[in-house]
Design a binder for this molecule. Structure first.
Ligand code: F6P
Length: 363
């Protein structure tokens, strides 16, 4: 057992349903099982820099299990190893991570649980390299983090996208339209693939399989020839055609990952309208996939992640990230998990099964 009297938590990067459930499970495990104290830094690494933290106890975490977002707030801009300052009208970057280390000491915390995606965990690894006792908890709706089978928030995002597809089906049918649903996922097609199968999409377009729009149009025309004059297409925001690039919505200059994708759904709807003759409409689901209450599955998974993270800290197993390995909680080194994307295998079982049931991937 490590000599831990107090642990600190922070949440960084884009939020995700289940973050509060992780905070609750970690806090409860620390208090109930180990009798130690818990604090939470606010607004991700910015709170660590500003020394802005709150006590977490039975009272402060009460009622948060089903609530979306994060009670500790988040930021996907603050990298303390490359922190921006305005000097003479110019932005210069400085390493202010020592301030974070000092604030952790000032708060009396013996360990830091970092709940975040790739950018947040990269800083976590860098703090670990500086000697801070860090445990990482992977978070993303995109399910694209390596070394873990599933991240909390993904199931909720898939449920929201599936409900959207169900709703689009009825209106598509009434108006004989092509309905294109654009979902999140960055450079991985997990949300599109799972929601597309669950929501009975006719075509699923994902970044891992560059699409030929003519092939998608052929699928829609084939349906029409068989008496189905509406179609449902789900497209991942990171999709790219066999000739084109990804559609970038904007660049957020001060973010560690500045590219924000979005808009490919409109492009595909326009092209399909021209090629197939049916009216086409695009829906961009956006942050609806990230907000709101987590599913029961995500609440259980978040609870497992949060509780296991504290167990690891108490065993002194720092420098690791909690993972889900099959149906078992496990861990892997932060050094190993950072910087690798987990992508859909174009030749994998799920794509094959979808193709078996007639789903077009545009290839
Ligand atoms: O990584 C989660 C995610 O929601 C992606 O699916 C999406 O591309 C991105 O974050 C959106 O980021 P922001 O909230 O900064 O617009």
């Amino acid at each position: 057992m490590a000599n831990i009297k107090k642990i600190a938590l922070l949440t960084g990067g884009g939020d995700c349903p289940g973050l509060n459930a992780v905070i609750r499970a970690a806090t409860r495990t620390a208090i109930v099982e180990y009798g130690i104290e818990v604090i939470g830094f606010l607004n991700g690494y910015r709170g660590l820099y500003n020394g802005n933290w709150i006590e977490l106890d039975a009272k402060t975490i009460s009622g948060i299990l089903p609530v979306g977002g994060t009670m500790l707030y988040s930021s996907n801009k603050d990298n303390l190893f490359k922190f921006p300052f305005e000097v003479d009208g110019e932005t210069v970057y400085r390493d202010v991570s020592d301030v974070g280390v000092e604030n952790l000491k000032r708060a009396g915390a013996d360990a830091l649980l970092i709940i975040g995606g790739d950018g947040t965990l990269t800083s976590g690894r860098d703090f670990w390299r500086k000697g801070v006792p860090v445990i990482g908890v992977p978070k993303t709706i995109d399910n694209d983090l390596s070394c873990t089978d599933s991240t909390f928030g993904f199931d909720t995002a898939v449920a929201v996208a599936t409900e959207a597809l169900d709703r689009l089906h009825t209106t598509a049918c009434s108006h004989h339209r092509i309905m294109v649903l654009e979902v999140m996922g960055r450079y991985a097609g997990w949300i599109a693939l799972h929601a597309g199968i669950a929501g009975g999409a006719d075509a699923i377009i994902i970044p891992e399989i560059p699409y030929d729009i003519e092939k998608v149009a052929s699928k829609i025309n084939e349906r029409k020839a068989n008496g189905k004059d509406f179609s449902i297409v789900v497209v991942s925001e990171g999709a790219k055609s066999i000739t084109g690039e990804m559609v970038v919505q904007k660049i957020v200059a001060d973010s560690p990952d500045p590219i924000r994708l979005g808009g490919v759904g409109n492009k595909i709807a326009d092209e399909l309208e021209k090629l197939c003759g049916n009216e086409a409409r695009a829906t961009i689901l956006g942050h609806l996939q990230r907000g709101g209450s987590p599913t029961a599955y995500d609440r259980v998974l978040s609870t497992r992640y949060g509780s296991y993270a504290v167990e690891l800290a108490m065993q002194g197993k720092f420098g690791n990230m909690v993972t889900l390995d099959g149906d078992t909680m496990s861990y892997d080194t932060l050094e190993n998990v950072i910087g690798k994307n987990k992508n859909v295998d174009p030749d994998g079982e799920l794509v094959r099964i979808a193709k078996n049931i007639g789903v077009c991937f545009g290839d």
